[in-house]
Ligand binder design. Structure first.
Ligand SMILES: NC(=O)c1ccc[n+]([C@@H]2O[C@H](COP(=O)([O-])OP(=O)(O)OC[C@H]3O[C@@H](n4cnc5c(N)ncnc54)[C@H](O)[C@@H]3O)[C@@H](O)[C@H]2O)c1
Length: 382
């Protein structure tokens, strides 16, 4: 099979997630970085392209130029997909243009800076019939797929309660807002969008809940706060929620939790057992039953007790840990397979990447959290 040629928007010098996407695509093995518009500054974009081996004529000055010039190349040379790794307010422009040109899109989360922008991207995707994948990283882990399969299998009973948290500390001081590229746009509503921490990492937590339980968050009551004076967007917040099936949940997302780095943890309590997964120790899934010893499910390509969906995305035998980059690579691999027209649907009914519907669920979650918080933490329907 021919590798999927992709062009990247964002991810230039000093950027964070672009390099992770490129590494993930390389691990996946079925994609090839062919072009890019790596920065809003044309000179920086060209320099960034040169530094990672993109040919000078295909490191473009802008994403508009990239799409226009690539479409003039022969069909077997031009890019087939666009990877979008820019700040949130620069997702819709390149995504809609890419779909308009008949290209597939893999875009980072949240899908856009606003619900309306997200809806416009999804409308363009549907009109084009091309693949839209969103990189909710954590659903790429083998044991997260195992957790989903365990819940879907029904042997644990119905979901009763979910506790999820995504806590960080990298914005916990006033000076953090000015200290780097990543923080300055995230704390600016004109670039980040409707929410701060809740949009940035609360959406990951919400997506993880929906992925493992197989249910949407249907209602929430939320308090968002800006703990550090002078911020206009939330840097901390918590929500009570209810799943479509009636279970209750708690979700907290914060970037001012001193000492926590990427503390994404989830507990899903079902009638018969609770499932526990912690992103910072992702190769362990604990199943806890009442009055019984705790059960440890471990990741590894040789762990025959795992479901096929988990084994399929495992590369190394147990004890040789895989992690963040491989989880990301699993999303890229499924995306490229979908671009080639392969059926990537798992036995629990997910295609290996967050879809347009999942992305919009994230935007509705952000909108509802804002609405609830502004009205004094009242319950809001999503
Ligand atoms: N999946 C995840 O876990 C994860 C993690 C981090 C970030 N993200 C998301 O990825 C996106 C980027 O975040 P980041 O932390 O890498 O930000 P960043 O500030 O480090 O990088 C953004 C890049 O986009 C470039 N850029 C800005 N405007 C541009 C334009 N018009 N044309 C071309 N390039 C342009 C910047 O020059 C920079 O290279 C955001 O949407 C963020 O929410 C997702």
């Amino acid at each position: 099979v021919q590798k999927v040629r992709y062009g990247m928007v964002g991810g230039g010098e000093g950027a964070f997630i672009g390099a992770v996407h490129r590494t993930a695509a390389a691990i996946a093995g079925n994609l090839e970085l062919a072009a890019g518009a790596f920065s809003s500054d044309p000179e920086r974009s060209r320099r960034s392209g040169a530094a990672i081996g993109v040919s000078a004529e295909r490191a473009y000055g802008s994403w508009q130029e990239m799409i226009e010039r690539e479409m003039q190349l022969p069909a077997d040379a031009r890019i087939e997909a666009v990877s979008i790794v820019t700040p949130n307010h620069v997702h819709a422009g390149p995504a809609i243009a890419a779909f308009g040109a008949g290209l597939h899109v893999i875009c980072d989360k949240p899908i856009a800076e606003s619900l309306e922008s997200g809806q416009a991207i999804v409308a363009a995707a549907r009109a084009s019939g091309k693949v839209l994948a969103v990189t909710h990283t954590y659903t790429g882990y083998p044991l997260v797929k195992q957790a989903r399969a365990l819940v879907a299998g029904g042997s644990l009973g119905k979901v009763r309660r979910v506790h999820v948290q995504y806590l960080q500390d990298w914005l916990s001081r006033a000076e953090d807002t000015k200290s780097n590229k990543q923080s300055s746009w995230r704390t600016d509503p004109s670039q980040s969008g409707e929410a701060g921490a809740f949009g940035d990492i609360g959406t990951h937590a919400a997506n993880l809940v929906e992925f493992i339980t197989g249910q949407r968050i249907a209602q929430l009551a939320c308090e968002l706060r800006a703990v550090i004076p002078g911020r206009t967007l939330d840097d901390d917040g918590a929500a009570m929620f209810r799943l479509a099936g009636g279970a209750s949940g708690l979700l907290s997302a914060s970037q001012v939790c001193t000492g926590d780095v990427n503390a994404l943890k989830i507990a899903v309590y079902c009638d018969e057992a609770g499932l526990h997964w912690n992103q910072e120790n992702p190769n362990e899934l604990w199943v806890q039953r009442r009055g019984a010893p705790k059960e440890l499910w471990e990741a590894g390509a040789n762990k025959a007790y795992l479901v096929g969906d988990a084994l399929k995305v495992s590369r190394t035998p147990g004890g040789h840990p895989e992690g963040y980059l491989e989880a990301f690579a699993n999303i890229y691999r499924s995306f490229a397979q979908a671009v080639r027209g392969e059926n990537t649907m798992s036995s629990s009914g997910e295609p290996g990447f967050a879809t347009a519907e999942d992305a919009l669920a994230g935007m509705r979650f952000i909108r509802a959290a804002r609405k609830s918080s502004e009205a004094g933490a009242v319950w809001v329907e999503i």
